[in-house]
Design a protein around this ligand. Structure first.
Ligand code: ZN
Ligand code: ZN
Length: 259
């Protein structure tokens, strides 16, 4: 950052101190108390996609169906609950990209635990889930790339953003059910031939039904990629059994966005 820019930001902070997106406390974008209160993903989880489960199980129903076979393993770092939820929404929709390095810390923390240390030792590149060029121009940044940057740097891995492109503009996944989400992103991604034989790690912000990560992995695998792993910042908390009985399907996940 240039000295003038730094001075300008310092003066803005002095007169308009940032407010924590979780609790509105002045002086922080995301205060230490809220950072501590973020929910980790706890067992039981699906052994393949890491989705929290209401009861112990080996694989969730989606992974059992083979739908996510293009992905070697997926994990989410945290639960998509408060105070993380407003932080992710602020990062994506309110133009607060300064939150990204603070949130990337959760990805870094997970990556230092098994089985990630062993997996990351053989990863050739870190790829943030890409946005279409038009949406990137509208938003000004790709939130997954903002998370993947500090993560890759801290883990000493190359950031290989140009190895995957979103060829087709897809509508937001918010409000779509599982089948609609699959249809929405089908064939939307194109991988660079450079990925052939490589082992790659995809980074996403929220892992909901996993359709976006799966489509990315399929495009990479079709281009000859040896293995694709996924790491997301957050995933929805499991629904209580009573809620499952009331709302069949994944309609309760419709609040969660994508891209
Ligand atoms: Zn706070
Ligand atoms: Zn699963």
């Amino acid at each position: 950052m240039k000295p003038f820019q730094q001075l300008r930001e310092h003066l803005i902070d002095l007169f308009f101190p940032p407010r924590c997106v979780g609790c509105t406390r002045a002086g922080f974008a995301f205060c230490p108390t809220c950072a501590q209160a973020v929910d980790p993903v706890a067992e039981p989880i699906c052994a393949h996609c890491g989705h929290p489960q209401s009861a112990p199980t080996d694989l969730c129903s989606t992974c059992r169906s083979g739908e996510r076979d293009s992905l070697a393993l997926v994990r989410a770092a945290t639960l998509y609950t408060d105070p993380l939820r407003p932080a992710i929404r602020a990062l994506k929709y309110s133009g607060q990209p300064e939150l990204a390095p603070l949130l990337a810390r959760y990805l870094i923390a997970v990556a230092q635990q098994p089985p990630w240390l062993e997996i990351l030792a053989h990863i050739d590149g870190v790829i943030p889930v890409p946005l279409h060029a038009q949406r990137l121009a509208e938003r000004g940044f790709n939130q997954s790339a903002l998370l993947a940057g500090p993560f890759a740097e801290r883990m000493g891995l190359p950031l290989t953003e140009n190895w995957l492109h979103r060829e087709r503009q897809t509508r937001s996944q918010v409000g779509l059910n599982g089948a609609e989400r699959r249809q929405n992103v089908a064939g939307a991604f194109r991988a660079d031939p450079l990925v052939a034989g490589k082992r790659l790690l995809l980074i996403d912000d929220v892992f909901t039904t996993g359709t976006t990560l799966t489509e990315c992995a399929q495009a990479l695998r079709m281009a000859g990629c040896a293995a694709v792993y996924g790491l997301a910042l957050a995933t929805p908390a499991p629904l209580p059994v009573s809620a499952l009985a009331l709302s069949p399907g994944d309609s309760a996940e419709r609040d969660f966005g994508d891209a």
